[in-house]
Design a binder for this molecule. Sequence first.
Ligand SMILES: *[C@@H]1O[C@H](CO)[C@@H](O)[C@H](O)[C@H]1NC(C)=O
Ligand SMILES: *[C@@H]1O[C@H](CO)[C@@H](O)[C@H](O)[C@H]1NC(C)=O
Ligand SMILES: *[C@@H]1O[C@H](CO)[C@@H](O)[C@H](O)[C@H]1NC(C)=O
Length: 579
Amino acid sequence: MANHLVTSVLTMGLSILFILVVVALVAKHGSSDDDDTPLNSMAIHTICKPTEYTDTCHDALADVSKNSSSTRRDYIFASFRVTIDQLKAASEKATEIRKDLHGKTDDYSKYARADLKNCETLLGMAADELQHLLKVASQQKLDHLPDQVDPILVRLTAVRAYQTTCVDEIQDDKLRDDMQKTLDTANKNTYNSEKIIHYIPDILMEFGVELDLFHGAIAGHRRLLGDDEEEEEEHEHDEYEHMEQAYFKTPEPESIDDPKKVKPNVVVAQDGSGQYKTIKEALAAYPSNHKGRYIIYIKAGEYNEGQIIVEQNNVYMYGDGRDKTIITGSENYGISKCGTSQTATFVAQGERFMGRAIGFRNTIGTSGLQAVAFRSVSPHTLMVDCSFEGYQNTLHYHAHDQFYKNCSIYGTVDIIFGSGRAYIQDSEIYVRKPESDQNNTVTADGRMKSVEKGGVVLQKCKIKATKELKAVQGKVRTYLGRPYKEYSKAMVMQTEIGSMLEPEGWNKMDKPQGNKYHDTCTIREFYNKGAASSTEHRVEWKGYMEIKSKKYAKGYSSDKFIHAGSWVPHAGVDVDLKL
Ligand SMILES: *[C@@H]1O[C@H](CO)[C@@H](O)[C@H](O)[C@H]1NC(C)=O
Ligand SMILES: *[C@@H]1O[C@H](CO)[C@@H](O)[C@H](O)[C@H]1NC(C)=O
Ligand SMILES: *[C@@H]1O[C@H](CO)[C@@H](O)[C@H](O)[C@H]1NC(C)=O
C-alpha cells in the first residue's frame, strides 16, 4: 500500500515534469519561430513603415489586419499575395483589349495586338515567378529570412522587370499609359514587397522574433565570427548555396569537371549526322520527366530557325566554336516594330541555362534599331567562349544572376542592357559604327529602386573599336554607358579601354524622364587601363565615382556581386572570384 502510494506519487511527479518539459519546448519553439503570438494593431504600421507607397501597403494588408488570427507570416507576405492577383487581373485586361481588336487590319490594331500579347506573356511570367517565390519564402523559418534577403530580392526584381518591360514596349502612347495605370497597384505592391524584404531584420525584431545576430544570422554580420577569412568564405558559400538553391524549381544537377568533356544527350547537325537537324527539334525532345542536365551538342552550321526559346530547365548547349556554330536571326523594332525583348534571336528562360562555344547573332544592322541577339531571364545563366553579335541592344540580361566568361560582344547603342545582375569577365567588347545620328553606349542598366538587386559589371575586359568604327573615329561618340533607369548600376573595372571613348566616359539618358538619373545612379570605375582610361575629364555626376582603393571595389568581385563561387565552379567553369 505504502509502496503503491510512493509509486503513484513518483509517476505523478514524473508526468508533471514531462508535461512541464513539453510545455517549455512548445513555448520555446513558438517564440523562436511562429506564429501564434497575437499581433496588436500596430503590426500593419510595422510592415508598412519602410514602404514607399504606404496607402497601397495599407490596402494590401486590410484583410490580414482585420483577421485577429493573422500570423506574422500573413503580415509579411500579404503584399506578395495581392500582387499575384493584381498581375493576373492586369493580364486578363490586356487579353480583353486585344480581343476587342480582333480582325482589325489597321497598323494601330496590328501593333497593339502584338504589344498586348507581349504583356500577357510577361505578366504571366511575373505572376508565376512571384507565386513560386511566395511558396518558398513563406515556408522558411522567420528567423532565417534575414539570411535570404538577397535571393528573394533578386526574384522580386525580376517580377518588377517583367512589368516594366510590358509597359515600356507598348508603342502607342495612349495604350501604354492605360496599361501603366492598369498595372499601377501591382507595381507599387511589388516595390513595397522589395522594401519589406530589404527591412525584414528590423521588422522581425519589432515583431519580437529573436535574431541570432552574433551567430551569423544576418548576412554581412558574419565577419564578427571567424579569424580565417578563406575558411569563412568557404563556409559562406555552403550556406549561401543551400539557401539560394531553395529558390530554384529543380534540384541543382551534378557538377561538371570539364564542360569540354561531357557526353551529350542529343546531337544536332544539319548534315543529318545527329539525331536532329534543328535546335528546336532537340528542345522539343526534352523528356518530360528529365532529371539533371540536358546536354545538346550543336555541330557547326548556321541555324536560322526563328526565335528559339529555351523554356526547359538545366539545358547545356555547346557548339563547335563561336565562329562555327551560329544561331542567327534578324527580328527588330526599327523595321518590323517588334517589341525589343521579342526581337531576341535566342531566349534563355529555364533555370541554369549554360552555353559554350556558340555564336548568337542578330544581323539586321543599324537600321533595325533595337534588335537583340541573346536575351536571358534564366536564373544562373552561364555563358562561356560565346559571341553575341548585333548592333543596337545586342545582349539583354533581362532578369536574374548571369555570368559571362571569355565572350565577344559586338554592338552600337546600349550593347549590354537589362534589369538582372550580369557579370562579364575576361571578354572583348567590339563597338561598331552606329547610324549617323546615334551615340554608342556599351552598357545601359535598368535598376529602378535602390533596394533592387540589379546591375552590370565588366571586369578584366577589353573594349575596342571595330575597323568600321575606327574609320569614323572623331565623328562618332562612344561611351561606357548611360543610366537607363533611376537607380542604374554599372561598374567597369580592370578593363582596357580603347581610344574611341569620349573623355567624359558616360552619357546621360536623352529622354526627358532621364534627366535626373545621373544623380541617383551608381556608376563606378576602378583601375581601368588603355588609351581612354584616364578619369581626368570624366562626368561630374552625383552618381558617378572612380573607386581608387581595392577595399571599396571588393563588393564588385564576381563572388560578392553574383555569389559566383557558389555556382560557377560547380559547372566546371573557371572564374576569378577576387579582384
Ligand atoms: C484568418 O487568419 C488565419 C491564420 O492565418 C487563417 O487560417 C484564416 O483563414 C483567416 N480567416 C479569414 C477569414 O481570412
Ligand atoms: C576563349 O575563347 C576562344 C574562342 O572560342 C578560345 O579559342 C580560347 O581558347 C578561349 N580562352 C580560354 C582561356 O579558354
Ligand atoms: C548624343 O550625345 C550628345 C552628348 O551628350 C547629346 O547631345 C545627343 O543628344 C546624343 N544623341 C542621341 C541621339 O542620343
